[in-house]
Design a protein around this ligand. Structure first.
Ligand code: GAP
Length: 452
């Protein structure tokens, strides 16, 4: 069972320290959220899992971490200055502004203004003089900095086509109507891969990456039944795309895009390259007089410069976190008639991997044993392990169910006699007695093998 409502998730996220409204003590800023202690761990684990699958587990992808502030020249050539906008209307009755496709039912047609285009990019001043002439954009997607670094990466690594460049980082969009918690926000993170391929192999690679990305989400614990594939209709494609497949997910508020996989053709490298007139470019690109780099690869046989095509799987980190929270959320009836809430995260995503709990608070012998075990488990570097000194085991178990800790290990008075501990499994609630010395290996296997 997934979360019933977004409100249940929002409440749990605040109560347990996953996600907070940003700038809350001054009334909040719309469309911005802050990740708390557990949300930060969850988000980092999700990003790490993506990075590992892209960069570490393959030999044809390199990583990049480029600047957020972006030259207007880049976003002019990419088409964002001209086309990265949403049509918006104002409601004369309630005084609010909406995206045309998101006008709420309570606004009457006759109260709406004619639609106007609204560019979604944020600008900021660069340098000491604020006269409007020197500014930079906060990037609206991480992709553009991958394209403009294409030659740098190619020249400094041993790759030939096909190969990719992966990046995780912040992106900013001045959304007209941010909503649905962290689903549509103004500051968010993307995990983007630009995979460069030979023209002609692009359609096959598009299919390959779509399949790989669906499987990756399944590996993160997103059930197949809650995902759908949408082939974006031609008249809704972004200006750079020949074909886009959206992985749609059943969020608590409805079926919406989790990740897009686009065939960006040679549009981006063709837009940013110098020497455009001497290279065959299939896409309709703006004339470029300012680039000083040829973003093309020389064909060994024909000696002609060719611009690679690009397949781009682009996932939102925040939407990923929301989907994972929704998938993991379970409300279960217990034998004693009470209820428990569990976040049944895959172990690699769990913010806390294990809690070590002394049965009696402030009992020196128990506390020392618990601290020593915490330290041993932490040294395995499998993620965060905490020492929990509340003295209330039942309450600790409930809390750790609710924040998704897979294992709780209790140190009690028997531990002092026979060096055994109780280990409790979040999902089954089963408690087993195990030798203290066996715990590190059990813990490692549990986290690494996901499930024993
Ligand atoms: N580089 C391609 C690109 O940016 P996009 O479909 O506009 O394509 C990719 O964005 C992903 O980024 C989306 O699938 C979504 O997960 C995430 N995303 C886009 N806008 C967002 C927003 N305002 N808030 C949260 N996530 C967003």
């Amino acid at each position: 069972m997934t979360a019933k409502t977004m409100d249940e998730l929002v409440a749990l996220c605040k109560r347990r320290g996953f996600i907070f409204q940003s700038n809350e003590i001054y009334g909040g800023l719309q469309g911005l959220y802050d990740y708390g202690p557990l949300g930060t761990e969850l988000k980092n684990n999700l990003k790490q899992s993506w990075w590992s699958s892209m960069v570490y587990e393959r030999d044809d992808i390199e990583g990049l971490d480029a600047a957020i502030l972006t030259s207007p020249e880049v976003l002019k050539q990419s088409g964002h200055e001209d086309t990265f906008s949403d049509p918006m209307v104002d409601c004369k009755s309630c005084g609010e502004r909406f995206r045309v496709d998101q006008v709420p039912d309570y606004c009457k047609e006759e109260d709406l203004t004619e639609p106007r285009q609204f560019n979604l990019m944020f600008k900021t001043t660069m340098g000491p003089i604020d006269d409007g002439s020197s500014f930079a954009y906060l990037r609206p997607e991480t992709a553009q900095q991958i394209f403009v670094n294409f030659k740098n990466v190619l020249d400094s690594t041993p790759h030939h086509l096909p190969f990719g460049i992966a990046q995780i980082g912040k992106a900013f969009r001045n959304e007209i109507t941010p909503r649905n918690f962290i689903f549509r926000v103004r500051e968010f993170e993307q995990m983007e891969l630009e995979f460069f391929v030979k023209e002609g192999s692009d359609e096959e690679w598009h299919k390959t990456w779509t399949d790989l990305r669906i499987q990756w989400w399944i590996d993160q614990g997103v059930s197949k039944e809650n995902m759908e594939i949408l082939y974006v209709p031609d008249d809704e494609l972004a200006h750079y795309s020949k074909a886009t497949v959206d992985i749609m997910y059943k969020f608590p508020h409805g079926l919406e895009e989790l990740e897009g996989i686009a065939n960006r053709t040679d549009f981006d490298l063709g837009s940013h390259t110098k020497d455009q007139e001497n290279i065959k470019i299939h896409s309709n690109v703006m004339r470029n007089k300012n680039s000083n780099s040829r973003l093309a690869i020389q064909n060994n046989e024909t000696k002609k410069w060719e611009i690679p095509f690009v397949i781009e799987p682009s996932a939102g980190v925040d939407r990923g976190v929301l989907a994972i929270l929704n998938e993991s959320y379970k409300k279960e009836k217990l034998d004693n008639g009470k209820e428990r809430i569990v976040l049944a995260f895959e172990p690699h995503l769990a913010p806390i991997k294990a809690a070590v709990i002394p049965l009696k608070r402030n009992n020196d012998d128990l506390v020392q044993k618990a601290l020593a075990l915490k330290s041993t488990l932490q040294q395995q570097k499998l993620g965060r392990v905490i020492f929990e000194n509340t003295g209330n085991i039942g309450k600790s178990y409930r809390k750790h169910d609710e924040i998704g800790t897979p294992l709780c290990i209790t140190i009690d008075f028997e531990t002092l006699d026979d060096k055994s501990v109780t280990i409790r499994d979040r999902d089954t609630m089963k408690q087993n007695r195990m030798k203290l010395d066996d715990i590190p290996a059990y813990f490692r296997n549990y986290i690494e093998a996901k499930k024993l």
